[in-house]
Design a protein around this ligand. Structure first.
Ligand SMILES: *Cc1c(COP(=O)(O)O)cnc(C)c1O
Length: 388
């Protein structure tokens, strides 16, 4: 059964991942689980007290956008004009919010005049001036000033590049009000945030910033950062995040609209990747995808998480058998001719793994597809759906 045409090619639907492996794919295959996309979206739609914006940069593949939309997400954090175009072309009724504090000249002009985008972020005078002059109708704008948050519980921090301290944010907020736009605040606690308390701390900073500015903010966007479940990372239960956030929001002087921008949390679990072992040399294997393809995030400084792994073989009778992964630590190289194309940590695989076997990496939907390259002629782009 085929599901929907994407890039002119149908996505094949299968009953299980074994049925895909039975076809012995020699190139990597992204496997989509619609049910897991629905579960991820439901967490936010049911438990977050405001709009959940999908941060498109986490995975902009059309196949994935369709599942995020089908799961009920209608708001998008689009951080470039291209992302706005991508979303508006695919979902004309979507609400796009331009939540990047640094924009190319002309990006806000096109987003505002061509696509009607009215939410923007700033963290300095230059970007605020540029935004006001490109849009020219401040009354229609809701401008979020981005606060820098302290290094907290996130694996990947984002506040050295973006955001300003409370004093400076308060000054910018007053400028937003003076310009006639609606003032709001935002922050991003960092990606793969393992501490719910980081959100409470940042919400408290937002409260103090608004007090400092002496103004009533009209919205608060608490950003992304909600973690994905990987090996070697202790992820607290999601309700700890939502309970902590709700408690912190209750300390604000009045109820205001709140937003969040999950990227990883909406896509990580919905995608698995089937790879094949090309070659084994002792305790080193070469597989058909690598750090220039789907595995870039594993190489980031400070990153210690790994994708959960399953191993399958096709036996002599043509049956697909799942293997016990207890065994030996293997060094894993990708397919390109570059020495750096190696997974940064060994993975534990069956001692008897061999060329032709399959390694499935689960929970690989975030920051994998999004940053793959076609370096050396390898570009993973086969897709399949399991379940509905
Ligand atoms: C990357 C990013 C997100 C998504 O972050 P996740 O950690 O994937 O949830 C949200 N908002 C902004 C502004 C971002 O830059």
């Amino acid at each position: 059964m085929t599901v929907q045409p994407v890039h002119g090619e149908p996505i094949l639907a299968f009953a299980s991942i074994r049925d895909i492996i039975a076809q012995a794919p020699v190139e990597p295959v992204y496997v989509l689980y619609p049910e897991k996309f629905r579960i991820a979206a439901r967490r936010f739609l049911d438990s977050f007290p405001g709009d959940a914006l999908y941060a498109v940069k986490a995975n902009p593949a059309p196949q994935v956008l369709d599942l995020v939309w089908a799961a009920g997400i209608r708001h998008f954090d689009t951080a470039s004009l291209r992302e706005v175009e991508l979303i508006k072309a695919r979902f004309p009724d979507a609400h796009c919010h331009f939540m990047a504090p640094v924009r190319l000249p002309g990006a806000a002009r096109d987003a505002f005049h061509r696509f009607g985008v009215t939410d923007y972020v700033v963290d300095c005078d230059f970007e605020l001036d540029k935004l006001l002059s490109e849009t020219g109708d401040p009354k229609r704008l809701r401008i979020f000033v981005r606060i820098a948050t302290p290094l907290g519980g996130a694996v990947l921090e984002l506040s050295s590049k973006f955001g300003t301290p409370p004093q400076e944010s308060a000054r910018l907020l007053r400028r937003v009000v003076d310009a006639g736009a609606r003032p709001a605040l935002t922050f991003h606690v960092g990606s793969q945030c393992l501490s719910p308390f980081s959100y409470a701390q940042a919400i408290e900073m937002a409260r103090r910033t608004a007090t400092l500015a002496g103004i009533r903010i009209e919205a608060l966007d608490i950003g992304g950062g909600f973690p994905g479940p990987y090996s070697n990372n202790d992820v607290p239960p999601y309700h700890w995040y939502f309970d902590t956030i709700r408690e912190a929001l209750a300390t604000l002087p009045q109820p205001i609209p709140v937003l969040c921008e999950p990227g990883r949390a909406l896509t990580a679990e919905g995608v698995s990747l089937i790879t094949q072992v090309i070659l084994r040399k002792g305790e080193t294997i070469y597989i058909n995808d690598g750090t220039y393809g789907s595995f870039d995030e594993l190489t980031l400084p400070g990153w210690s998480a790994d994708y959960p792994v399953r191993v399958f073989s096709i036996d002599t009778a043509g049956r697909v058998r799942e293997r016990d992964t207890q065994g030996t630590a293997f060094r894993v190289y990708g397919p390109t001719c570059d020495t750096l194309d190696v997974l940064p940590r060994p993975i534990t695989l069956p001692q008897t793994i061999k060329a032709g076997d399959f390694i499935v990496f689960d929970n690989i939907g975030a920051y994998s597809v999004a940053v793959r390259t076609s370096f050396n002629g390898f570009f993973p782009d086969h897709w399949a759906i399991v379940g509905n």
